[in-house]
Design a protein around this ligand. Structure first.
Ligand code: CP
Length: 290
């Protein structure tokens, strides 16, 4: 999938499209949570491959009148949608839908569970810069408890042979996360020593009970990434963030915008390429071709 995404990254930079691939197919973006990057990149990916793309606005749909998730899915199924891209605040919602509709269902982020295409675009970005994933030391720092990105990144990066450390306040590290094959740190300095990649996570206040973090200023002092802390990582270390960024809380603006280290905008660019690869592979599904 990363190889295919790499070819789509090149195609996108050339300004060409491949509109035959998904001609006649319908992709529906069904987002029950806000999104800028994921929704837009799935829309672009679908259009660049020739699909008819519909962005359902949940706020103005019949969901607002009380229609359930499953009834909404059954309604879309009746319209013979081919690809259903789902973001939902409940972990497991896309999996449930995949059992109820004929369309291919793509998880665009479910609760605190997973965000698989984000992990793929992160892996692609790292590989393009450092040439490999195997043997790299990746540090994921911040609000790990509420991060679906962290879970998907851990699964993918450890599968590909990278070492992963997680770091953050003890209140934002889920119990038993070591069972996912990661090392756990609450102090940033030992976590960052030797890091090839520093991935900062957003503080997800909307999913958080009160009292899990000190003040924003204190959080930044201990866990926010600034130039002084970044110096503890390897000189070539990449700085990543899935976005959206809380500047001055988990990352200093000077580091987020430092083109020597930060690949945050390239992550967004690779998001389109990865999602084109995902749609391409799913379009090959069909009778006798499962
Ligand atoms: N990284 C990410 O999922 O961003 P959006 O919420 O903007 O889609």
């Amino acid at each position: 999938m990363l190889e295919l995404a790499e070819s789509y990254a090149l195609l996108n930079r050339s300004g060409k499209t491949q509109r035959d691939l998904l001609r006649g197919r319908t992709l529906i973006n069904l987002f029950f949570e806000n999104s800028t990057r994921t929704r837009t990149s799935f829309e672009l990916a679908g259009k660049r491959l020739g699909a008819d793309v519909i962005n359902m606005s949940v706020q103005t749909s019949s969901v607002a009148k009380g229609e359930t998730l499953l009834d909404t899915a059954a309604t879309l199924n009746a319209m013979h949608c081919d690809l259903l891209v789902v973001r939902h605040n409940l972990s497991g919602a896309p999996h449930l839908l995949s059992q109820k509709v004929d369309a291919s269902v793509i998880n665009a982020g479910d609760g605190t569970h997973e965000h698989p295409t984000q992990a793929l675009l992160d892996a692609l970005t790292i590989r393009r810069h450092l040439g490999r994933l195997e043997g790299l030391l990746v540090v994921i720092c911040g609000d790990v408890t509420h991060s679906r990105v962290a879970r998907s990144d851990i699964l993918l990066l450890t599968t590909m042979g990278a070492r992963v450390r997680v770091c953050g306040p003890a209140t934002l590290i889920p119990p038993e996360i070591e069972r996912m094959g990661v090392e756990v740190f609450t102090d940033v300095r030992p976590a960052l020593e030797g890091a090839d990649v520093v991935m900062m996570l957003r503080l997800q206040k909307e999913r958080m009970a009160h009292g899990l973090v000190p003040s924003a200023r204190e959080y930044f002092r201990f866990w926010g990434l600034d130039a002084a802390k970044l110096a503890w990582a390897q000189p070539h270390a990449l700085v990543m963030h899935p976005g959206p960024i809380n500047r001055g809380i988990e990352i200093d603006s000077a580091v987020a915008d430092d083109i020597e280290h930060s690949v945050i905008h390239e992550q967004v660019e690779m998001g389109v390429a990865v999602r084109m690869a995902v749609l391409d592979i799913l379009s090959r599904r069909g009778p006798g071709n499962e």
